[in-house]
Design a protein around this ligand. Sequence first.
Ligand code: NDP
Length: 485
Amino acid sequence: MADSRPVTTTDSGIPVPSDEFSQSVGADGPLLLQDHYLIRKLAAFDRERVPERVVHAKGGGAYGVLEITEDVSQYTKADVFKRGRRTDLFLRFSTVAGELGFADTARDPRGFAVKLYTEEGNYDIVGNNTPIFFIRDPMKFPDFIHSQKRRADTHLHDNNMQWDFWTLSPESAHQVTLLMSDRGTPSSWRHMHGFGSHTFLWYNEAREKFWVKYHFKTDQGIKNFTHAEAAAAGAEDPDLHIRDLHSAIRRGEHPTWTLQVQVMPYEDAADYRFNPFDLTKVWPHEDYPPIDIGTLTLNRNPENYFAEVEQAAFEPSNLVPGVGASPDKMLQGRLFSYPDTHLHRIGPNYLQLPVNRPKNAVHSYGRDGAMRFTNPADPVYAPNSHGGPVADPNLLAGESYDVTGEIVRSAHRPHAEDDDFVQPRALWEKVMTDTDRAHLVANIVAHASAPEVTDRTKTRVVDYWRSVHKDLGDQVARGLHVNGK
Ligand code: NDP
């Protein structure tokens, strides 16, 4: 070679005779099946895509570190939450309803999924930029997502379908209030909060139990687009949020979030004024004040999007000693659904990929399967008398809670203030500014004015917002030119 460039090879390392020309019978003739270089190149290309995520398909991510600054050992024995502990992490942001090429600026919740590479295995906090969700039972999840995605006939998004589902599911009102506010169109991933959203169990060395919620509050400050700004920014650059995060980190502007927790004593859950495991509700701060416990910093861009972002696999079931699941029904559904998706999307050994594998040694009896990279040595079964790994029940002692009852299919047991509209009403009445309220109304009206939204649906939209607050419903009614009930 005239220069120092390496010779192109196949993936088997065999030198390739040409980067340009297929093998043909004569310069103008047909191509040959024996041209292994061409055939493998095309076959590999045909298989480049793994199935995109059915939700949260479009996203971006970065590496960073979580540093814990407060002592929370009275609540949890998790090593990752010890004061002074610094834990490497990968964080993936995403939109929810769109496909891989969708605009980052769409009105949508944003995924906020953190993988903490702890000394005790990977701990994934797989949440959103909202502290709540549209529904509280996973039975409705596929239907909810279908209503947000494309119609069967036209393959178009359909606002009538969305409002039909939401107005028939009043538990959605709190999250739809957030979605229709300007927080539904964040100006960048750096300028929004992240939330673990679900309630989790924490237990300490003494096996005392607590319920906990995580909040990652942006230190960059909240910045949102208005409806018009989001539309303009998305038309200009559909990849705006991927670009913004990547450029900021490349410039050395490392975004940070303050990690807060709300801690509820275990016994409080039984007779709290609403169900503390209901994902459509927050815990009011005056009841359980948030405590600052650390800082999350993003400081390194991935080098390969496919390997590190597309193949990143987060699962709420990745919990470490000191942290457990709660009876939040949406969490229970997600504990199954996330790893199931990865098995389908990436393959049975996705946990061996560099972005997904833990930093600590794996001593699992799992073996074999497609694309297995490393396999355990003998003995390959437990129990065994040959010195293989042995489980330690003490590490997870405390990860338990009481449940009794008949097997039923029903809504959760009623609580004193079990109402779908109290919290969105508080948001409208107590928290939003006049500008927030005006934009919320305008955004709802714009969304529900799409040509496909029928008058019947619009009437239900007005009733839905009147249930949140009469003023809000009346303003939506005026904007939509319908009266409601
Ligand atoms: P607080 O007044 O103590 O807290 C209100 C919270 O809302 C703050 O976290 C605030 O922090 C956030 N907030 C402010 N403006 C907006 C906005 N335009 N859209 C969404 N969130 C906003 O009251 P409570 O804890 O009693 O909660 C009252 C209502 O606030 C709840 O019903 C819920 O709708 C909303 N909320 C509550 C949260 C909680 O965990 N308690 C978390 C987020 C929202 P910031 O501006 O930094 O986001």
